[in-house]
Ligand binder design. Structure first.
Ligand SMILES: *[C@@H]1O[C@H](CO)[C@@H](O)[C@H](O)[C@H]1NC(C)=O
Ligand SMILES: *[C@@H]1O[C@H](CO)[C@@H](O)[C@H](O)[C@H]1NC(C)=O
Ligand SMILES: *[C@@H]1O[C@H](CO)[C@@H](O)[C@H](O)[C@H]1NC(C)=O
Ligand SMILES: *[C@@H]1O[C@H](CO)[C@@H](O)[C@H](O)[C@H]1NC(C)=O
Ligand SMILES: *[C@@H]1O[C@H](CO)[C@@H](O)[C@H](O)[C@H]1NC(C)=O
Ligand SMILES: *[C@@H]1O[C@H](CO)[C@@H](O)[C@H](O)[C@H]1NC(C)=O
Ligand SMILES: *[C@@H]1O[C@H](CO)[C@@H](O)[C@H](O)[C@H]1NC(C)=O
Length: 476
């Protein structure tokens, strides 16, 4: 019995060994080696296991079906190593890898035009060639790859129009063309892609109105159209995305009109960015229903009071800066947030004493911008209660405190306190900052050695020493 078992075991072992040593399909091996020869630099050895005569199913980044046919190529850069990426072009010999179902090539320095051989891969469903340097136009017949379920070319240098034939890519759940140089309008035909859950076209040069075609998109969770040149109003059909949409990013465009009140009905909304547009009038009262919103950016518009009473348990990041608000206080729903890390309320008409502010949690703060308000008191206690603060901006207020008592956390990079009533000396610890502005306060004494220009220190009572004029030597 024992012998029988060990014989069985032995056979099993031999069987699996045979499989492991089986070479992958010759065409796949040839196609992949062709790809490797198109790569001119691979300083971190991402492709070093790709050697002729070894089983290509065992090569780094290769996935096989049944240990024979290559089904996916996944090459991610070693972002923690300098030069941990590939340079070169994508060789058309990859067309030999006929069973390829996904190609994932992220964060490299791959150049050249759109790889036309992709059209010759009938089983290809997933294209993710993100953050490389592909350029030129997208092929007008891109719609021929009708079997595609995901097309992401974000972070390249593609230019020209989005081809109207994308309308034929009806199986797509993801279409990501952000961070390229695409221009012209959004093609109407995108309305046919009703399976989309992720549509991202942000950071291009797209123009025209945002099409009013969203009623057919019942699965859309992420819509990113920010950093383009879209004009006109937020289309009404966006209302039909209410049940599922989690990310709506329309910032940095030239949109006009009012913020539609239907946005308040978006039960799943996590992130809303309408910043840097020309939205006018009030923020709708219905925003009080956005109980799950984490990131809200309405900055740089022309919005007016009254700001709605929000009912949100944990805002993480809020930017209402540079509108026409007169909030008077930091809103309670902000003060009570246990998880907030970024608070930006510049020029929001806040008139308060900072010493009266009793935030529930300060530990997570990375950014605090309270510039150009009428805030008095001292931020010393606040900065003493943050461990990770990266930026504190409070220029143009009435803050009165001894700069020497301010804790400058090791993480702090930006400190802007110009045009306040700050007194005392400038501490040495400011030398680790990336930007600093202490101009127009009541500081005095000799400056520590500093890389900052005179503009960061002018307009104080009696600061002296480089880059300001030298200090007067005592007794002369
Ligand atoms: C990227 O590739 C181009 C062309 O092959 C080359 O000139 C350039 O130096 C590479 N850039 C980096 C950052 O490796
Ligand atoms: C979509 O495909 C059909 C047939 O396959 C073709 O007639 C049509 O022109 C294509 N549409 C676009 C917008 O390219
Ligand atoms: C916003 O409107 C103002 C005047 O109402 C105009 O001067 C400005 O150019 C507009 N900005 C954009 C981005 O359209
Ligand atoms: C919030 O939603 C409820 C029901 O979903 C609705 O009755 C109410 O009017 C909404 N509140 C606002 C301010 O729109
Ligand atoms: C705030 O939202 C909670 C659900 O998250 C709800 O139970 C409560 O009634 C709401 N309060 C107000 C004042 O709308
Ligand atoms: C900062 O807080 C600590 C206690 O957490 C305290 O000992 C120290 O005096 C405070 N420093 C300032 C400048 O308030
Ligand atoms: C510092 O702030 C002043 C006044 O707010 C501003 O005029 C100046 O450009 C700023 N200088 C630097 C170097 O940031």
């Amino acid at each position: 019995m024992k012998e029988l078992l060990s014989l069985l075991f032995c056979m099993l072992f031999l069987h699996s060994f045979k499989h492991a040593s089986a070479a992958c399909h010759v065409d796949d091996q040839a196609g992949l080696l062709g790809f490797k020869s198109g790569i001119t630099h691979d300083p971190s050895g991402i492709l070093s296991s790709w050697k002729p005569g070894t089983d290509c199913c065992s090569w780094n980044g290769i996935t096989c079906l049944d240990n024979i046919r290559v089904s996916a190529i996944s090459l991610y850069a070693n972002l923690d190593k300098p030069n941990g990426y590939l340079t070169g072009t994508i060789s058309p010999s990859l067309v030999k890898v006929q069973n390829l179902d996904g190609i994932y090539v992220h964060d490299h320095n791959i150049t050249g035009p759109f790889p036309g051989f992709l059209f010759g891969l009938p089983k290809l469903k997933y294209i993710y060639i993100e953050n490389n340097k592909l350029s030129g136009p997208l092929p007008p017949n891109i719609g021929k790859m009708a079997q595609l379920e995901a097309l992401s070319l974000s972070g390249n240098q593609f230019s020209g129009l989005i081809p109207s034939s994308v309308a034929n890519l009806t199986q797509l759940t993801q279409l990501k063309l952000g961070n390229n140089l695409l221009s012209g309008p959004i093609p109407q035909g995108i309305s046919k892609l009703t399976k989309l859950s992720y549509l991202s076209l942000q950071n291009n040069k797209l123009t025209g109105a945002i099409p009013d075609f969203f009623s057919s998109f019942t699965n859309l969770r992420i819509l990113e159209l920010s950093h383009n040149k879209f004009s006109g109003k937020i289309p009404n059909s966006i209302a039909s995305l209410a049940p599922k949409l989690a990310y709506l990013e329309l910032g940095h465009n030239a949109l006009t009109g009012t913020i539609p009140s239907f946005l308040g009905m978006f039960k799943a909304l996590d992130t809303l960015d309408l910043s840097w547009n020309n939205f006018t009038q009030t923020v709708p009262k219905s925003f009080g229903n956005l109980t799950k919103i984490f990131n809200l950016d309405l900055s740089h518009n022309s919005l007016v009071d009254p700001f709605p009473v929000m009912n949100v348990t944990g805002i993480e990041s809020l930017d209402l800066s540079y509108n026409k608000f007169n909030l008077k206080q930091i809103p309670n729903w902000v003060t009570w947030s246990p998880i907030i890390y970024s608070l930006k309320l510049a020029k929001c008409g806040i008139k308060m004493n900072l010493n009266d502010w009793k935030p529930k949690e300060t530990y997570f703060y990375d950014y605090i911008d309270l510039s150009y308000n009428e805030i008095s008191g001292s931020p010393v206690w606040l900065l003493n209660k943050t461990d990770y603060l990266v930026g504190f901006w409070a220029s143009g207020n009435k803050l009165r405190f001894d700069l020497g008592s301010l804790k400058i956390a090791g993480t702090l990079r930006n400190l802007e306190l110009s045009r306040n009533l700050v007194y005392g000396k400038v501490p040495k610890s400011v030398s680790g900052l990336k930007s600093l502005n202490l101009s127009y306060n009541h500081l005095c004494g000799q400056l520590p050695p500093t890389k900052f220009p005179a503009g960061a220190f002018v307009g104080n009572d009696c600061l002296c020493g480089s880059p300001l004029p030298p200090c007067k030597v005592k007794g002369k």
